[in-house]
Design a protein around this ligand. Structure first.
Ligand SMILES: [Zn+2]
Ligand SMILES: [Zn+2]
Length: 569
């Protein structure tokens, strides 16, 4: 069955589960006013107004009643009734009356199962008995029509799946997400921490900084190979620049300001204006285009303390920023190279499921039709040439140009937007950028903003959760740990460690006198990918026993064999 059909089936099931929930609520709490209850990406919910607020403790009884109604195996039917009839049915429910008024035409749809009915457009499973594998997930607050000025409601959320196995997998993923929260892993693995003294600003410890450096080294090499020039621009720039770039008008509330010698400055929330200053520093010729600049630029953005979330949402982070200044007819090639590099990089980090979206021209956009059409065509051609499936998000582009987004799926089935390629007609205009064309005439370049990680720090958080703390060998801050059976082997251990260290392996030695089982336990908690266990036998043969985190062991490996192995990872 195609993915789309599966999606439709799942939506039908979850939509029906929402009715089942409402049915259970109306049996247990008949005075509750039901409002709306759609299927969602995660499951379903129903918003209602009970006479007394529901508590978490009420959910098991509601879920139990849902199971009972499911067992009754009531056929679910759907028909159109007149609005007059509907208004009569809902005469005590102002929410449903409002909905009825807003539905065009003279009739409305009504779903029915047993003596329960609900206003609805249709699209159900055949009977309540088909809804078997579901679970209520929680209670939260909501507002009628999602507007804070309206009546406050209570939302009951749940999820449903076609099979018990899928529900189980979902619950496992939820449990894993809690267990492998990157904030917890950051502490456990001594990577980073957060402190009140700098709310929302991460402190990277030596090991965390090591991983960030490895990510930089890896990407820097790729960028150099692709012809990027790495630059560095100031952390603070004056007001005039931010007014000119439009940030002052549109982004002021998220920026930090300060005053020096009575002049106003802002800490950069983005790197683009700084890089534009470098482009503008002298006249540019068409021969220099495309001009590709990269900066691993630390930006600061004010976020409400309530929305901060570890490395996922912090007040400072480093963008693997890149800006390409090019002629319109160069967009396609540049985008194609960027798409390929993005896939290359993401693959190295173990992400295979990448969902690509192309956002096209919104209303109230700037730039000519010709330029927009050209740019969108270029992005589409590049995606096709790269043989990348994508979906089009009609009208979802920025007002200043179309863009491509890359969403990656992690091991717990969650998706994260990381990379973007954004075409920009606005900033070149705003900063009056130009180049001298082959004709000798002054022309306006196009700017492409692109990033692969997005934010180094957030990407690290995603990696930690994706790998459940077990970073792959090439990214591990400590790749190997030498563990001796007794103190007797320590001299040999030191020589093994030094040889491997000289060959670039990040290696440490457990200097404690703990029994070997204790040393293994410690290394395991530190998620060190390789444990090199050394006893008398290893000394006699000049070898090591290699133990992995999953407990597998390889015996009698020489140093040369270890190095060979390390190189392949
Ligand atoms: Zn329905
Ligand atoms: Zn930019």
């Amino acid at each position: 069955m195609s993915a789309e059909n599966n999606e439709k089936k799942l939506e039908r099931l979850r939509h029906s589960a929402a009715h089942l929930l409402a049915h259970a609520v109306s049996e247990l709490y008949p005075d509750t006013k039901l409002t709306i209850g759609p299927a969602t990406k995660e499951g379903f919910f129903y918003d209602c107004l009970p006479t007394t607020n529901f508590k978490e403790e009420d959910l098991p009884a509601i879920e139990q009643r849902m199971r009972e109604i499911s067992k009754r195996n009531l056929p679910i039917t759907h028909k159109q009734i007149s609005k007059k009839e509907a208004r009569e049915l809902y005469k005590d429910n102002p929410f449903k009356l409002e909905l009825i008024d807003q539905i065009p035409g003279d009739t409305v749809g009504l779903a029915q199962q047993g003596d329960f009915y609900d206003l609805c457009r249709g699209g159900h499973v055949y009977s309540t008995g088909k809804i078997k594998h579901f679970k209520l997930l929680g209670l939260s607050g909501a507002y009628w029509r999602a507007d804070k000025k309206n009546q406050a409601l209570q939302r009951i959320s749940g999820t449903a799946f076609p099979t018990a196995k899928e529900l189980e997998q979902y619950e496992q993923r939820k449990a894993d997400a809690l267990k492998y929260d990157h904030r917890k892993l950051g502490k456990q693995l001594d990577l980073f921490s957060f402190h009140e003294e700098g709310t929302g600003f991460p402190f990277f410890h030596a090991k965390g900084k090591k991983v960030l450096n490895l990510m930089s080294d890896f990407l820097r090499k790729k960028l150099e190979d692709a012809g990027y020039l790495e630059v560095s621009t100031p952390m603070m720039l004056n007001d005039d620049l931010w007014r000119r770039s439009g940030h002052y008008d549109h982004y002021k509330d998220n920026m930090y300001f300060c005053t020096i010698e009575e002049k106003h400055y802002a800490i950069k929330p983005m790197n683009c204006p700084g890089m534009i200053m470098i482009y503008k520093e002298r006249p540019r010729s068409y021969r220099e285009l495309p001009l590709r600049m990269s900066e691993f630029g630390l930006v600061h953005r004010y976020e409400l303390s309530g929305v901060l979330h570890g490395l996922f949402r912090a007040r400072a982070f480093t963008i693997d920023d890149g800006h390409i200044f090019c002629m319109p007819n160069q967009i396609e090639d540049e985008v194609l190279t960027t798409i390929k590099m993005t896939y290359d990089v993401l693959k190295r980090f173990g992400f295979k499921d990448i969902d690509v979206r192309l956002s096209t021209r919104p209303k109230n956009s700037m730039g000519s039709d010709e330029l927009w059409n050209k740019a969108i065509k270029a992005l589409e051609n590049a995606l096709k040439k790269a043989d990348v499936p994508y979906i089009v998000q009609e009208g979802e582009g920025a007002f200043y140009g179309p863009k491509i987004e890359f969403h990656i799926q992690d091991s717990m089935g969650r998706t994260w937007q990381c990379g973007t390629i954004q075409v920009d007609f606005f900033l070149p205009e705003r900063f009056d950028l130009s180049y001298i064309a082959s004709s000798g005439k002054k022309e306006r370049p196009v700017m492409i903003h692109r990033a692969i990680y997005g934010s180094f720090e957030r990407f690290l958080g995603i990696l930690l959760e994706h790998y459940k703390g077990r970073l792959p060998f090439w990214l591990a801050p400590v790749q190997a740990k030498v563990l001796t059976i007794t103190d007797k082997q320590k001299d040999y251990a030191r020589s093994v460690m030094n040889t491997l260290k000289e060959s670039g392996i990040r290696i440490e030695m457990d200097e404690s006198s703990d029994p070997i089982a204790g040393k293994i336990k410690t290394a395991q908690l530190e998620e060190v990918p390789w444990m090199l266990i050394l006893g008398d036998k290893e000394i006699a043969n000049n070898t090591a026993t290699l133990r992995y985190l999953d407990g597998k062991q390889e015996f009698g490996l020489t140093i040369a064999q270890l190095l060979e192995k390390a190189k392949s990872l």
